[in-house]
Design a protein around this ligand. Structure first.
Ligand code: UD1
Ligand code: CA
Length: 457
């Protein structure tokens, strides 16, 4: 039987105090809405509809290719939100999961359990419920003497007795789509908040003799919605723990999980060690047998096997096998290191290719350069790639030796096996095998220090 999902995500999320819609705020590097989309996908849905409102344009970019988007122009309540998905589901006959976009901790298995119970019990609707210590703010589940749910009461509409009920509505449901939209149309906004409550669907079913079932959630944390940035930080911490645990079980050593941060989309190979104070962001991929950190940040980096990165920043760059980076290196976007490359301390590399076995060991800036194999770039070497208006390339051939403190004024080319004299400002191409040297002759002033001392007396 077919399964679809509607994710309600039209609210602004006022308590986030943000310009961005709540469901797009990232948790462990991914927007919270993506977690919900992944959970329903994992539960086996064949169709997902996201109801967006505030910031719908931004939301549409995140759901593109994964879900259909419908717009709820005015946020008149959860029932009204679900109604907007009606046209997308008119040819659909199966079970429908309904949940909110701000619950990134929800797991696919929980949804599967809800759907299975819903189907086996042959009911019209099944509510995922939770028994919690402090039910404040949630809709209360109200049952009759036989224990059957006959309504859900929102906090603001609850009587004193109803307020004491500790079984709450998680806001996650499974419905038979047949008949659901007719029920939704009967819902009114005659309540304390003047909203069209989706929860009223339950009492309508009960009144017309349709059966409503329930499934209790195992871990109440899964349904806690994120309403503000304090709750978001809590969720971040919890999800980070899940990500790190997954990596450790897959063979990654994480020396100190409390000071290690890995985004959900990142991949790390077996026997790689993540040392403390390391941050792995975005779509970073790290190979096997690497040592990353301490104190490194990698964002959207591709790292081969056997790489060592210490106290460095690597952004949108590629690092070949067995290369060594840092300490205190900065690889900026568009950098590609071949195999066995060494990039040492206080080196910045931008949009450059460094060939196999080459070394940039200390205090250099290499930008817009193509460097061959087995090149040595001496300490303090700078590519002068920018003339104030344009960026220009530098090309260095295989086996070249760049003397310390060379300025390479681009565009310029240094041939294979060519050498630059230390301290030279190179403005002309150096042919293969040649020495390019640019510096004035050294002058010797005899007895200079004795004369200086005497002049002070
Ligand atoms: C809702 C439930 C409550 C449940 C709680 C669980 C209702 C009436 N109440 O309350 O029983 O305990 O969730 O968290 O459903 N939304 C829209 N359009 C709207 C209104 C809401 O898309 O017009 C979306 C919001 O973006 C949000 C979700 O629906 O993601 C929940 O809406 P909210 O108003 O926060 O409902 P709660 O008061 O939390
Ligand atoms: Ca809420």
């Amino acid at each position: 039987m077919d399964l679809a999902a509607v994710i309600l995500a039209a609210g602004k999320g006022t308590r986030m105090n943000s310009k961005m819609p709540k469901v797009l705020h990232p948790v462990c590097g991914s927007p919270m809405l993506s977690y919900v989309i992944d959970a329903v996908t994992g539960a086996g849905v064949s169709k997902i509809v996201v109801v967006a409102g505030y910031g719908a344009e931004l939301v549409s970019r995140v759901v593109e290719g994964k879900a259909e988007l419908v717009i709820q122009e005015e946020q008149l309540g959860t029932a009204h939100a679900l109604l907007q998905a009606g046209p997308c589901l008119k040819d659909f006959n199966g079970s429908l999961l309904v949940l909110c976009g701000d619950t990134p901790l929800i797991e696919a298995e929980t949804l599967v359990r809800l759907v299975e119970k819903h189907r086996s019990a042959e009911v019209a609707a099944t509510v995922l419920t939770a028994e919690i210590e402090d039910p404040t703010g949630y809709g209360r589940i109200i049952r009759d003497e036989q224990g059957k749910i006959f309504k859900i009461v929102e906090q603001k509409d609850a009587s004193l007795a109803e307020e004491l009920v500790q079984e709450v509505n998680t806001g996650i449901y499974c419905f038979n789509v047949n008949g659901l939209f007719d029920v939704l149309k009967q819902i009114t906004d005659a309540n304390a908040q003047g909203e069209y409550y989706l929860t009223d669907a339950i009492s309508i079913y009960a009144r017309c003799g349709q059966r409503v079932g329930s499934v209790a959630i195992k871990d109440p944390r899964e349904f806690t919605g994120i309403n503000d940035r304090v709750q978001m930080a809590d969720a971040e911490q919890y999800l980070r723990g899940r990500v790190l645990e997954g990596l450790m079980r897959a063979g990654v050593t994480i020396v100190d999980p409390r000071s290690t941060f890995v985004d959900r989309e990142a991949l790390v190979g077996r026997d790689t060690v993540l040392r403390p104070f390391t941050i792995v962001e975005g779509n970073t991929v790290i190979g096997e047998d690497c040592i990353i950190g301490p104190g490194s940040r990698l964002a959207d980096a591709i790292v081969g096997n056997g790489v060592v990165i210490q106290s460095s920043l690597v952004i949108d760059s590629f690092i070949g096998d067995n290369s060594v980076v840092g300490p205190f290196a900065y690889l900026r976007p568009g950098t590609k290191l071949g195999q066995g490359v060494k990039v040492g301390d206080f080196v910045e590399i931008k949009k450059s290719y460094i060939g196999d076995g080459s070394k940039v060991p200390h205090l250099s800036y290499v930008g817009d350069a193509t460097v061959g194999k087995k090149v040595n770039i001496g300490a303090g070497t700078i590519t002068c790639n920018y003339d104030g208006e344009n960026k220009w390339p530098t090309i260095i051939g295989d086996g070249a030796f760049i003397g310390s403190n060379t300025n390479l004024v681009a565009p310029v080319e240094v041939g294979n096996e060519a050498v630059t004299g230390a301290g030279s400002t190179i403005t002309k191409n150096i042919p293969s095998g040649a020495l390019g040297i640019e510096r004035s002759k050294q002058v010797m002033v005899k007895h200079w220090s004795i004369r200086k001392r005497k002049s002070k007396d």
